[in-house]
Write a new protein. Structure first.
Lengths: 180, 513
């Protein structure tokens, strides 16, 4: 126990400020105000792996390490889509995950946002479209923001999350999606 | 082992690892497999190829590991009735590989489980995507077919169905538990959700660029798979990469191993209720990845390797910086190792949980890191030390307890051993060229075989005539180890499943392909 406490105090708090420019900081403050207004205090994220190679998952894990202090921004990952405001979807969407992804989307209460994460989530990546891969997330559910990268860095993911709420949502992304 | 009684016509394939190939008939396939198993060998991989365009029906390939290296047995089947004798009674791990071979190519094992494995219903049961005449394209997804799980009945037995979307940030898969109270009577896995047609995709890729897709078979093993791909291709072309490239590849591979072990050690602490462990290890992992970014220009080395050598170099300042990072990390890990060992609550959760005793591990063919924690002493870096491991005298780590504690202990030991290897690699890094250009391939089959962090990964590569890949089969050790988890959880409590599962940390993507 003493050793554990010694280790904790020796390392101390290592969280870094979010690396933002003055404009971005202003935007972020406005965003946090927006998050606060819409969701009370917290933005809850549900991650869905719709068929990724697991590279993106490694960086989502990294985003939860002490350096990025995600919960300090009022953002946390939750265990169910029913608790979520935002779906963070990695892909490509395998045809075997298409139904599960749609159902997860439907289980997420409105208002909701969707981020397609990584090159494969954005456009199918190296796996493309095939008998087994449906390609981009946006071919299966409506997507608000894409974050490219293979895998995207934690900084890029964070920046995607912080900007998604600021993206002017077409009157209804979903309606236009469902109407094709 | 002596194959004289079988009168095998053994052909040695050129390349960096010892691979012998022999064509066998059905009877000989079974008798050689039995003999290899009795001599202590293991099954590595089983896959099929469509050779009808060469007028030779279909070929089944079975890769076995014996003391001398890899033994590749080939069984030819006629196009009208492609079936082969089951190997699942000799090597239980063969079962799912045989079912997958049917799903993808229509080659049927004559006995055993006939349920689909990788096919859920996105393509019809009588269509086989890996056949050359499969009319590809993207058909609309069919409804998911039902899957007949084995039902456990009796007083008080109920089922818990989990997945494919899980509560944590992990890959998709389905677990069906049959439980009484908290106790697990039976677990049945249903995988294949992440199947994205990787093998078929390989056939559209240029031979000289296939390492990019290989790196994405399982992102956490990008260096291992891309090295295996390059090794297979270099064997086909008869080229040995320059020493500096091989040493840098090994540095990348050991850095990948350390990054994964650091992540797992933290996650294992967390799954046993010790959040400090996760905070501390994820901090060390982040430092490690940032050092990758500084030295190689990327946190994850997805595209560091290239056929004939390596794409990223290491300048003198970065070489020194990486060396200087090593001793502080060794000290940090030693401190955390003591904290883990001294923590009664943690040890209570780790010890005797998810146990796979050595005899069971041997029977089921458990391999890689998890195998070494259950007395299965295989490590390609020691068994068939390909360059530069032939100069490094890797010390194999292992244990006999086979529980979560043993798999944690092996990770600690392997992390320290890999840090020692990083020191050797950095201090003795040879100068010279980074990459050779490859002539057109002269061989017809190349094999790459690399000890990744999870275990041995294999790539079997056939060149096409148009500069494309004819056939590429990537094999992740998760294939052998997933079925073992079904045994490891028997008699454990449901809340220990995440801990047991994490202690193996198998790949879904690498398995589902």
């Amino acid at each position: 126990m003493l050793r554990t406490l010694k280790q904790i105090t020796r390392i101390g708090i290592i969280s870094e400020p979010v690396p933002l420019t003055a404009t971005e900081r202003g935007e972020r403050d406005a965003l946090q105000e927006k998050i606060r207004r819409i969701y009370g205090r917290a933005l809850c994220i549900r991650h869905v792996d719709a068929g990724s190679c697991n590279g993106c998952e490694l960086e989502i894990h990294a985003l939860n390490n002490p350096y990025y202090n995600l919960e300090g921004q009022g953002i946390k990952f939750v265990a169910s889509p029913r608790h979520a405001d935002l779906l963070l979807v990695t892909g490509p969407v395998s045809r075997h995950m298409q139904d599960a992804l749609r159902r997860t989307y439907e289980a997420t209460p409105e208002p909701k946002w969707i981020i397609a994460l990584g090159d494969c989530g954005c456009n199918g990546g190296l796996f493309g479209c095939s008998y087994a891969s449906a390609g981009a997330v946006s071919d299966v559910i409506p997507v608000d923001v894409t974050v490219p990268g293979c895998p995207p860095t934690p900084g890029a993911i964070l920046s995607g999350i912080l900007t998604v709420l600021n993206t002017p949502r077409a009157a209804s992304v979903q309606e236009s999606f469902h109407q094709g | 082992m002596d194959y004289t009684p079988f009168a095998l016509d053994l052909e040695t394939l050129p390349g960096a690892v010892p691979v012998r190939r022999a064509v066998v008939n059905s009877d000989k396939l079974r008798s050689v497999c039995t003999a290899v198993h009795q001599a202590g060998g293991v099954l590595h991989a089983l896959w099929g190829c469509d050779e009808r365009d060469r007028k030779s029906g279909y070929t089944l390939r079975v890769a076995l590991q014996d003391a001398a290296g890899l033994l590749l047995l080939e069984l030819q089947m006629n196009a009208a009735q492609p079936c082969f004798p089951t190997l699942a009674d000799i090597f239980p791990a063969a079962d799912r590989m045989q079912r997958a071979t049917h799903d993808l190519l229509g080659l049927r094992a004559q006995e055993g489980d006939t349920r689909p494995w990788l096919r859920h219903g996105s393509w019809p049961a009588d269509r086989f995507p890996l056949r050359r005449d499969y009319a590809g394209g993207g058909p609309p997804a069919a409804p998911q077919e039902g899957y007949p799980f084995v039902r456990v009945t009796g007083d008080g037995v109920h089922e818990i169905a989990v997945g494919p979307v899980h509560a944590g940030t992990i890959e998709p898969g389905h677990f069906r538990f049959s439980v009484v109270g908290e106790k697990v009577l039976r677990l049945e896995e249903r995988l294949g959700y992440a199947h994205k047609g990787i093998e078929k995709r390989f056939e559209t890729q240029p031979l000289m660029q296939g390492q990019r897709l290989a790196a994405r078979v399982s992102g956490d093993s990008a260096v291992a798979f891309s090295w295996a791909y390059c090794m297979a291709l270099e064997g086909l072309c008869g080229v040995v990469p320059p020493p500096r490239a091989l040493w840098l590849r090994a540095l990348c591979l050991e850095r990948e191993r350390i990054a994964n072990h650091l992540g797992d050690l933290g996650a294992l602490g967390n799954d046993a209720g010790f959040a400090v462990g996760l905070a501390q290890f994820s901090r060390l992992k982040e430092d490690w990845l940032r050092a990758n970014q500084q030295a190689f220009g990327a946190r994850y080395l997805m595209d560091a390797l290239a056929p004939g050598g390596i794409r990223c170099d290491l300048d003198e300042a970065n070489r020194r910086a990486l060396i200087e990072n090593l001793p502080p990390l060794v000290a940090e890990i030693s401190t955390l190792h003591e904290i883990y060992d001294d923590h009664a609550g943690l040890q209570d959760r780790f010890t005797a949980t998810g146990c796979v005793p050595p005899a069971l591990a041997r029977k089921l063919g458990l391999i890689g890191l998890a195998g070494r924690a259950s007395g299965q002493s295989w490590d390609l870096r020691c068994d068939h030390a390909y360059a530069p491991y032939d100069k490094l005298a890797v010390r194999m780590q292992g244990g006999l307890q086979g529980d979560v504690a043993a798999r944690v202990a092996v990770r600690f030991e392997e992390t320290l051993e890999s840090l020692r290897l990083c020191q050797l690699l950095l201090e003795n890094l040879p100068g010279g060229e980074l990459q050779l250009s490859l002539p057109p391939p002269t061989g017809r089959l190349g094999v790459g075989w690399i000890e990744g962090w999870r275990g041995p990964v294999l790539i079997a590569l056939e060149p096409g005539e148009d500069g494309l890949i004819r056939r590429c089969h990537p094999h992740d050790p998760s294939w052998q180890n997933w079925p073992v988890i079904e045994h490891a959880v028997i008699g454990n409590i449901v809340p220990d499943f995440p801990l047991i599962n994490k202690s193996f940390n198998l790949s879904y993507s690498g398995h589902d392909l």
